[in-house]
Design a protein around this ligand. Structure first.
Ligand code: MN
Length: 206
């Protein structure tokens, strides 16, 4: 079929203690896998759409037939979001960004701390009500903003380029953090792969 579940780039337990092994197994092997299967089922009768890249597909949802548009939006968005999510985490992550990305964070937010404060405020249950994602978005001029998307929507659907993003669906944290979403959000910084974020930022600007 057109789309495939990418393997995790590290072991299921590699992000312990910040993200637990059982959560990673369920999240990758079950949740993400289901999005891929649902996307492929929706596209079964549309070979032309199967030949598009995932990014092409979800950034031009108006070209997707109406009878499968919602399914493609939800499951294609989540396939894209999760594929990125695994890559922007690492067992060697954490710390602070460097280089151009660090400079852009300073000029867009004042400081890395200020960006993290905004990130937490926007990721709180009262802000993203229900399920969604919080993203660091790069504009064409290199400036950065923190934005949220509801449900499985990707910033790519609005032509925006994500640099990092955190999954705020309960399936991503509930086994370990239960109702304390913001404890998960603050622990998550310990696994952010800033090298990958810096690579993505460089690509976004070029
Ligand atoms: Mn998820």
């Amino acid at each position: 079929m057109a789309f495939e579940l990418p393997p995790l780039p590290y072991d299921y337990n590699a992000l312990e203690p910040h993200i637990d092994e059982q959560t990673m197994r369920l999240h990758h092997d079950k949740h993400h896998n289901t999005y891929v299967n649902n996307l492929n089922s929706a596209l079964e009768n549309y070979p032309d759409l199967q030949n598009k890249s995932l990014e092409e597909l979800i950034s031009d949802l108006n070209s997707v037939p109406e009878d499968i548009r919602r399914t493609v939006r939800n499951n294609g968005g989540q396939h894209s979001n999760h594929s990125m999510f695994w890559e922007i985490m690492s067992p060697n992550g954490g710390g602070a960004p460097a280089g151009d990305l660090a400079s852009a964070i300073d000029s867009s937010f004042g400081s890395f701390d200020a960006m993290q404060e905004q990130w937490s405020a926007m990721s709180a249950p009262g802000s993203v009500f229900g399920s969604g994602w919080t993203w660091l978005i790069a504009a064409p001029d290199g400036s950065l903003s923190v934005e949220c998307t509801p449900n499985g929507d990707s910033p790519l659907m609005e032509g925006k380029i994500p640099i990092i993003g955190i999954d705020l669906w309960e399936h991503s944290y509930y086994l370990k953090y239960q109702n304390t979403r913001l404890e998960y959000v603050s622990a998550w910084w310990n696994v952010v792969n800033w090298e990958e974020a810096e690579r993505r930022y460089g690509a976004a600007k070029s």
